[in-house]
Every structure is written in structure tokens, then in C-alpha cells.
Write a protein of this length. Sequence first.
Length: 56
Amino acid sequence: MDENMTAMILRVIERAPQWLRHDLESKDDSVRRRAEETLAAMIADALDNGSAAEAD
């Protein structure tokens, strides 16, 4: 993984909404799984679209 990809993933994680962060800590497997899938989709979208996560 190169530096640009790492930086893009970090930006996505930094911008993750509070509900997502909360759900990632859930003891409920289905809630946590939904949050993990959401975060994975956000990261995949940022990687596919390149500069989409750089809109700040």
C-alpha cells in the first residue's frame, strides 16, 4: 500500500460519523457488522473515486 492510499484511508476514517464510530464498538454482532460494512464501503468508494475523500 502506498502513501497516497494510506492517507486516503486515514481521511475516510477521520471523517467517519459518530454513529459509525459508536456502532463499531457495539457488542451486538449485527450492529457492529453493519458498521464494518459501511466503513468498508466508504473506504472502497474513496479508493475508486480517488479525490472524493479530499473534498475538505
